[in-house]
Write a protein that binds this ligand. Structure first.
Ligand SMILES: [Zn+2]
Ligand SMILES: [Zn+2]
Length: 150
C-alpha cells in the first residue's frame, strides 16, 4: 500500500467511525485532496471532478468539505475575502505562499512550541494552535520573471 492509499484508508475509517456515509463523491474528493499538493479551493475540486460526477454542484463539494472538516480530516485555510483553500490534515506542517500566483507549498519544521509558550506567558492566553505562513515567489514565477528580463 502506498502512503496516499494508506492515508485514504485511514480517512475513510475515521469517517465510518464518526457515522458518516461514504459516497462515491466523498471518496473522490478525499482522494483528490490527498493526492493534490496544491491546497485547492472548492471550485478547483469541483472543476477537476465534474467530468466524473456530472450531477455534482460546487455546493455539494462545499458540504462534503465541511463534513471532512468536522471529522478533523481537512483544514480550511481562509484568506480574507479570497476563496478558502483546503488542506488534507497530515502531521503539522507550515506553508510557503507565492505572492505572484498564490501557490501554497508545504514544508516541515519542528513545531514552534517555544513560541506558543512565550505567547501564552506574555498574554495569559491558553494556546490552542498557531499558524505560520512564509511569503515569497515560487520557482515557477521566478523563472517566468527571469525570462521577461532576458
Ligand atoms: Zn508562483
Ligand atoms: Zn498544507
Amino acid at each position: 500500500m502506498t502512503m496516499s492509499e494508506l492515508q485514504l484508508k485511514n480517512a475513510l475509517d475515521t469517517l465510518k467511525a464518526t457515522g458518516v456515509r461514504i459516497t462515491p463523491q466523498r471518496h473522490a474528493i478525499l482522494e483528490y485532496l490527498i493526492n493534490s499538493m496544491t491546497h485547492p479551493t472548492a471550485d478547483e475540486i469541483y472543476k477537476s471532478l465534474e467530468g466524473k460526477f456530472p450531477n455534482m454542484s460546487v455546493a455539494t463539494v462545499y458540504n462534503n468539505l465541511r463534513v471532512f472538516r468536522e471529522a478533523g480530516l481537512v483544514k480550511e485555510l481562509t484568506y480574507g475575502d479570497a476563496a478558502s483553500r483546503f488542506d488534507f490534515v497530515t502531521n503539522d506542517h507550515y506553508h510557503m505562499i507565492c505572492e505572484s500566483c498564490g501557490k501554497i507549498t508545504d514544508f516541515h519544521y519542528p513545531a514552534l512550541k517555544e513560541v506558543e509558550q512565550f505567547a501564552s506567558h506574555v498574554t495569559g492566553y491558553k494556546v490552542n494552535s498557531h499558524r505560520l505562513e512564509v511569503y515569497g515567489t515560487c520557482p515557477d514565477c521566478l523563472e517566468q520573471q527571469n525570462k521577461k528580463v532576458l
